[in-house]
Design a protein around this ligand. Structure first.
Ligand code: SDX
Length: 431
């Protein structure tokens, strides 16, 4: 707590509210006692000014374009770390030793299969089912396969087990959902493949054609997963915390987060960006026309992948992903007209006062779809890729929420009622 306090004057009375100061100097007014003291609540549509927790997992500075996982800049982790190592860092707070990393990685291999009974669940879906619908329900269904674990109150060892199982199996579920959609047989995980190549193999190899895994593709996907791994209190992570605060188990809480991520204003934006770029391409590639549509208040069109609730400067992740997209397409010899359209849109956004005055810049979703598309991942799997990347962050926040001193407090926001005042019921003459 800070020495200074916030003074609130209401109805002629002055109230002092404590000020919380974070390790990076962020300040917050602690309103935990506001209603008790004043009978007032606050109103903050979209929670843009409201902190729901104290967290030590991720620090981001939207104005400065800074993003760090447990203090480590994402630029360094994206370049030097692995997705498994970053996942360990997020969940347990420290980088693993070589022994810890080796054991952690072995657990991923050990738990990559899903129960054979779960395969039958896929048969219940039409081939047209959106893979996010399958992912959300399959992740929640995993809770049915661990009867020996008290999921509502797992021990540390049990949490360690289900956390790894979830991070390992989500790949398998995602790849099986893709195979189901194209009518191909499921490809099982392989013991000798690491996290990313194992996923790629399950996605793209088939009984008649083994998949050749290029190092460039592995690197690009590893970078994307690391960059998506956490982002403090975004919509889906706050959903995981809120659902978990009711003591819902980890699988159910993560399933809720997957559903929140599906929204096109959140994780669904990467799919919406490619839809937008394809529409511009079909319409002759006139980026200016669509920039003007996005500026026109009479038009509901928005530039997908542009703007952010927190970043009021260039999303640091987008910078890395843009370079990664150019490098991968050059190495694969892919010439994607959508990348050229994206670059044209960005150039206009960065110099147009409509966008610069509103601090609207490309975000994490603007270029990621270009990479997924070059790898051969279909558009409706893009948000699934986001979920696979974000899972370590969701798990880390669920763990931090559960371990909060005194235990989780069930989330229960207040409201300002603006409906009808009391009125008496008058029975209509029934015919
Ligand atoms: C993610 O929170 C996270 O951390 C999320 C995420 C993560 O890692 O978890 O970073 C991932 O969700 C990234 C965002 C992906 N979504 C999109 O790319 C969808 C397109 N972006 C917008 O819909 C919008 O920018 C939001 C939803 C991202 C943010 O909206 P805000 O902060 O609520 O801003 P706003 O809607 O209040 O808009 C402010 C102004 C408005 O104009 P005015 O009323 O001031 O005239 O900016 C305009 C908006 O019309 N605006 C846009 C725009 N985004 C905002 N105008 C045109 N195109 C856009 N994309």
């Amino acid at each position: 707590m800070d020495q200074q306090a916030a003074k609130v004057i209401l109805d002629g009375n002055t109230y002092e509210l404590p000020v919380v100061v974070g390790s990076e100097g962020e300040r917050g007014i602690d309103i935990s006692k506001l209603r008790t003291l004043t009978n007032y609540v606050t109103f903050d549509h979209g929670f843009g000014n409201t902190s729901n927790c104290l967290s030590a997992i991720t620090y981001l500075d939207g104005e400065a374009g800074i993003l760090r996982y447990r203090g480590y800049p994402i630029e360094q982790l994206a370049q030097y770390s692995s997705f498994i190592e970053t996942a360990y860092l997020l969940v347990y707070g420290q980088l693993p030793t070589s022994y810890q990393l080796s054991d952690f990685s072995d657990l991923f291999t050990q738990h990559s299969m899903i129960h054979e009974d779960m395969k039958h669940l896929f048969n219940g879906y039409p081939s047209t089912a959106h893979p996010m619908a399958i992912l959300a329900s399959m992740v929640c269904s995993l809770s049915a396969y661990y009867p020996g674990i008290d999921l509502m109150n797992p021990t540390q060892a049990q949490f360690d087990q289900i956390a790894v199982q979830l991070m390992s199996k989500i790949r398998t579920i995602a790849a099986f959902a893709y195979k189901k959609s194209i009518g191909e047989p499921f490809v099982y995980p392989e013991e000798n493949l690491e996290y990313v190549p194992n996923f790629l193999n399950m996605m793209f190899s088939s009984p008649i054609k083994p998949y050749k895994i290029y190092d460039e593709v592995i690197t690009a996907l590893k970078v994307l997963m690391i960059l998506h791994a956490d982002h403090e209190q975004n919509c889906s992570t706050s959903t995981v915390r809120l659902v978990g605060s009711a003591r819902a188990n980890l699988f159910a809480s993560i399933s809720a987060g997957i559903c929140a991520l599906w929204g096109p204003l959140h994780g669904g934006a990467n799919e919406a960006v490619i839809d937008m770029l394809e529409a511009i391409h079909r319409d002759g590639g006139d980026a200016t026309k669509y920039v003007n549509m996005a500026k026109d208040k009479a038009n509901t069109f928005r530039l997908m992948g542009v703007g952010h609730r927190v970043y009021k400067s260039y999303d640091p992740r987008a910078k890395i992903i843009k370079k990664c997209a150019h490098d991968l397409l050059n190495k694969l010899g892919v010439n994607d007209p959508l990348l050229e359209i994206a670059v044209q849109l960005e150039e206009q956004v960065l110099k147009d006062p409509y966008f610069t005055e509103r601090n609207l810049y490309p975000n994490v979703d603007f270029y990621s779809g270009i990479i997924y598309k070059a790898i051969g991942i279909p558009k409706d799997m893009f948000t699934v890729m986001f979920a696979i990347g974000r899972l370590p962050g969701w798990i880390a926040h669920w763990k931090e929420m559960i371990e909060f001193p005194g235990g989780p407090k069930i989330g229960r926001p207040r409201q300002i009622y603006v409906g009808s005042n009391q009125r008496d019921y008058i029975q209509i003459n029934k015919r």
